[in-house]
Structures are given as C-alpha cells and as structure tokens.
Write a protein that binds this ligand. Sequence first.
Ligand code: PHB
Length: 405
Amino acid sequence: MSAELRTQVAIVGAGPAGLMLAHLLHRCGIESVIVESRSRDYVESRVRAGVLEHGTAELLNDTGVGERMLREGLVHRGIALRFNDRSVRIDFPDLTDGKTVTVYGQQEVVKDLIAARLATGAPILFECPVVAIDAGDQPSLRYRDAAGAEHVVRADFIAGCDGFHGVAREAIPSDAITLYDHTFPFGWLGILAETPPVSEELIYVNHERGFALVSMRSRTISRMYLQCRNDEDLALWPDDRIWSELRERLGSDRGGPDVRPGKMLQKGVTPMRSFVCDPMRYGRLFLAGDAAHIVPPTGAKGMNLAIADVRVLAEALEAYYESGDPALLDAYSQTCLRRVWKTQRFSMYMTRMLHRFDEHTPFDHRVQLAELDYVTSSRTAATSLAENYVGLPLESTAGLRKVRS
Ligand code: PHB
C-alpha cells in the first residue's frame, strides 16, 4: 500500500540542518515532514565534530533545545596554537567582546533535536531513502519504506539537508549550478578514547611530522586527530603507534602536554575537502548544510554553517507564509553564500597554517611559522582568528524585511 503525504516543507535528511530547520519551522507554525534514509540509532551515534559557535549555542538555548547542552557542554574561552614546541593561547572573550564556544558533540545536538521533534508528534521517517525529487512548480519527493513500498510526499518546498553524498543536489540539473571544489592531499586520522583531555582547551599543533589536534567530548573522553594520508590505511595504525605519534607531535617528552593512552573507542580517517554549490537553490528545492558546501574541519565550522543556513531558510519561509512575499527566499542563496565563502576562507587559512604540505619548500615552511608567530603576537591578527572561530555575526535578514514592509 502506498501512502501520500501532504505538507508545507518536505525535509530530506535528519542531520543537524534538517532537524534544526524542522524545529525552527515548527516554532512558527509551519508544517514539515522529515525523511531520513538511515535509522535513528545510526544518526544519533555518528561521531562528528563538536564545537558550537557562540551563535549556534545561543540559538539552541533561545529556541528551547539547549538544556542538556547547558548541563553537559563545556564552555571554552580559548584555544592554544602550538608550534616550535611552545603553546600560545588565543583568548576568545578578551578578543571578541566576551564570546566563547561550546564543546558539545554533533550527535548530542542531533539527539536533542530528535527528542524535540518527537515531542511535537510531527512526522520524522527513519530508514526511508528518498528515491526521487521533483523540484518543479508542484514539488514532491518519493521515498521507499523499510518494507520496500514507495510513497509520495507533496510539499510547497523541499529542503535538501541530506549531506554531501545525498540525493537532493543530484536532483538539480548540472547546468543550473556551478560547483567549486578543492581537495587536500591529506586527511585526518581521528580517535575517540577514554582518557581525560590533556588540556582544558583545544590545542592545534603545527609539527614537522604533521598537524595534530587534541579535543574532547567530556572530562573523561578525548577526541584527537593526526594529519595522515587521505588514503591512509587504518590497519597501519595500531593503538600504540597512534599514542606515540600524538606524544611526538604534542611534544609530551619536551615539556608539552602529557598524552596518556586510554581505551580506544573509535578510529577513522576523515578526508579533507572544500566544496561549494552555487546557487544553493533550484526552483522550490533549497539546499542546506553539507548538501551545499563542505569545509575542511580545521576551523570546526561544518555544523555551524549548516545551522546558519537553516536559520536563514526558516526566516525566509516564515516571511513567505506570513505575507506571500518570496523576496527572502529569492535572497536565500546569496545570503548564505556570503557566510559560506567567508567560512571557506577561514577554514582554508587554518588548514594552510597548520598542516604539512609535501610541496612546501623550506621557504614556505618558514613563512608558515611566521604566520603562527604573527597571529599569536599581534592582537589585531589574533582578533581576526578569534572572531572567526567564535563565529562571524549572523546576518539578519530582518533589515530586508523591514525595508519591504
Ligand atoms: C572535534 O572535537 O571533533 C573537533 C574540534 C575542533 C576542530 C575539529 C574537530 O577544528
């Protein structure tokens, strides 16, 4: 038996972008249906990044889904940059008028948003891959349920929030969009381990053997990364090798933070990529989050950018349903892409400053160290890093709305 659903906004994907969009729309009385190809368990346990910009944390709080984050998230007031075997701290509140970031895993945000969604009773369909999207004047999508039956969702709009490998972007004719991308000749080997964080704050390390990052998920769980080849074979990285490489890059035996081996909970290789799809819209299909753009993880921006997109989209949809005026929807792509490109710039800057590049000459390496020296000794340069790290101000579209009304 195949069913047909009718809603205002059909949302493809239950990651941070899709869930937050549904949440924001629900708050202004707009109906949505979320269709997700994976199981609830899968999306809730997928380990991803974990740094929330100031504005992202504020949005969770202001819209009633920040309670657990306030209890369990770790507020960070700075990061350290480590190079030439010394660490220099960048103090966020001092440089940004009191702003901070919050360390809280992406999957925790996802769990909180799923709980909020279920509490509303509004539809969220797990294990239902979308098999076709029609972005024409009467948009619809088709999905397959767990029993193999196909169903249709008809909507006023479709939001493609299904990630880089999703089907939403694929539904756009290739001559209607321009794709920009850059791949890096390295990746990150990431681990999650049962060991207390080596430091209260994140440490980004430039070392001659490659980049390293120590982060955390709680006071007892560490998340750490090592620059590796982008086709790195995990089999070549037994736990001992990972621990000794972390100790080496962090300078544990040379006055650096003391990395202590603990139970390895997870290991994986993250490829590094930059990608932008322009425009982020085709007809009544709007792309948000990783479906529209990918940033390398060095600036910790992926999820924050996804949340910024859907904030703009929710505001535009609200204005449309209130007044029938599509101006904000028409401005959606342009509004988002301004932030996206600035975030690409920052992520690229952090990536270039901190990683080893095979093609680097000794000259390039000296310039890289001078960049680190500069950003950690000039208040002006440090302020630029800090304001990007805590998150650039969200451009409000309210001004545009006021002008038009
Ligand atoms: C993480 O905790 O997973 C993390 C933190 C900072 C980054 C990237 C990842 O820049």
